[in-house]
Design a protein around this ligand. Structure first.
Ligand SMILES: NC(=O)C1=CN([C@@H]2O[C@H](COP(=O)(O)OP(=O)(O)OC[C@H]3O[C@@H](n4cnc5c(N)ncnc54)[C@H](O)[C@@H]3O)[C@@H](O)[C@H]2O)C=CC1
Ligand SMILES: O=C([O-])CC(=O)C(=O)O
Length: 354
């Protein structure tokens, strides 16, 4: 008869076989998932595109998040390698890997939050819109899976161009009859993270003490930092306003150029994505006053989607805040932002409806 110790070891060996990272009944991982379900309360999170530049760091940071009990890592390449690596971290979340389209549905069933950094990044000389051709189809396929397998999950969409991929996701969900605008959030947190950093530099403050609302969208002039609403209250010269607005709008391009063909922001993006995902999870848990900026379905302007500060709650973006008082420079920026944004939104929506 097999001893208890040998039995336990044989289960661990089974778990080390990559093909068992998505597995059948009685697996060690499934038992661990059950423990996670019945033990420490936590949420189930899937990352789609988990083996990429953003995905890997994001997966590591999510594995460190005490609110996460189950972490599903899906990609079309190397999902099991990343899963094996991250699963050795001695934190609470149980990690499972899913490779390729046939395993997409298993990756999604039962998820509370789905974070999507799947898709190609920019190279120098490209705009985010140049990524539309490839990433639109990727986002459509992934969102079809979400509509089928976890229609109530909160979706954090990172894949560019965000100004178009969020409308694409909305149309996919509408077609499937599962659309809940509160649960679909385009991630613009990196613009806020950059704005806090650059503004703190100018003011000589600790960036953790600074909060800058960034509204509009996530590309060039559609990124509109509201410097007149910075906390703590402060004032800037017009040169400072010009410098800061431009630097925040061009932050992504600054990284693309510095990486010189090796991709775009990954580390700061993973940091921003986890900051945002953590806010969504605290909202889901029922914490009060969780407010962050995100690109969401909105009636704040005449456009169907717009990034503003939103209050995150048990059902997603439960309250969408108005833009607040803006100065003349910001009002002019808003006009420019809306012109570009409406075209990107229509391009995304018509990709599905045509
Ligand atoms: N919202 C934002 O603020 C930001 C968005 N991004 C965007 O995030 C996306 C990912 O960037 P990186 O991680 O640097 O790219 P990457 O190329 O390093 O990783 C992308 C990953 O997506 C995977 N992938 C491709 N097709 C897939 C599919 N059909 N299903 C699942 N996974 C798939 C790839 O295998 C790869 O592992 C890009 O579109 C980029 O522009 C990047 C930075 C900031
Ligand atoms: O610039 C890019 O292509 C990636 C991105 O969205 C950002 O870093 O803000």
């Amino acid at each position: 008869m097999q001893s208890e110790a040998n039995f336990r070891i044989s289960k661990i060996s089974a778990h080390l076989n990559p093909s068992n990272f998505q597995m059948g009944e009685n697996s060690m991982l499934e038992q661990a998932e059950c423990r996670a379900k019945g033990g420490a309360p936590g949420f189930k999170v899937a990352i789609l595109g988990a083996a990429g530049g953003i995905g890997q760091s994001l997966a590591m940071l999510m594995k460190m998040n005490p609110l996460v009990s189950v972490l599903h890592l899906y990609d079309v390449v190397n999902a099991h390698g990343v899963t094996a690596d991250i699963s050795h971290m001695d934190t609470g979340a149980v990690v499972r890997g899913f490779l390729g389209q046939p395993q997409l549905e298993d990756a999604l069933v039962g998820m509370d939050l789905v974070v999507i950094p799947a898709g190609v990044p920019r190279k120098p000389g490209m705009t985010r819109d140049d990524l539309f051709k490839i990433n639109a189809g990727i986002v459509r396929t992934l969102c079809e899976g979400i509509a089928k397998c976890c229609p109530n999950a909160i979706v954090n969409l990172i894949s560019n161009p965000v100004n178009s991929t969020v409308p694409i996701a909305a149309e996919v969900f509408k077609k499937a009859g599962t659309y809940d605008p509160k649960r679909l959030l385009g991630v613009t947190m990196l613009d806020v993270v950059r704005a806090n950093t650059f503004v703190a530099e100018v003011l000589g403050l600790d960036p953790r003490e600074v909060s800058v609302p960034v509204v509009g969208g996530h590309a060039g002039v559609t990124i509109l930092p509201l410097l007149s609403q910075v906390k703590p209250p402060c004032s800037f010269t017009s040169e400072e306003c010009e410098y800061l607005t431009k630097r925040i709008q061009d932050g992504g391009t600054e990284v693309v150029q510095a990486k010189a063909g090796a991709g775009s922001a990954t580390l700061s993006m993973a940091y921003a994505a986890v900051k945002f995902a953590d806010a969504c999870l605290r909202g889901l848990r029922g914490d009060a006053n969780i407010v962050e900026c995100a690109f969401v379905a909105s009636q704040v302007t005449e456009l169907p989607f717009f990034a503003t500060r939103v209050r995150l709650g048990r059902t997603g973006a439960e309250e969408i805040f108005q833009l607040g008082p803006m100065n003349e420079y910001e009002r002019a920026g808003l006009v420019e932002a809306k012109k570009e944004l409406i075209a990107s939104i229509e391009k995304g929506a018509s990709f599905i409806s045509k």
